[in-house]
Ligand binder design. Sequence first.
Ligand code: SF4
Ligand code: SF4
Length: 58
Amino acid sequence: MAYRITDRCAKCGSCEPMCPVGAISFNGEKYVIDKKQCASCGMCANVCPVGAPEPDEN
Ligand code: SF4
Ligand code: SF4
């Protein structure tokens, strides 16, 4: 199971450098998580000020 960044994201960028596997990137429009890389560590959710990253049930 990977994490995904929901629409609550305020695009602050805090999570990107915190991801241990570099799965988070800005695609020019929004921050996204590459679910193939995501190790589901939860670090992005921990640092996010608005709780945007959530476990992706898919
Ligand atoms: Fe990166 Fe961990 Fe967030 Fe996955 S859950 S995107 S590995 S910080
Ligand atoms: Fe978006 Fe939260 Fe990441 Fe900031 S820390 S870019 S609000 S998901």
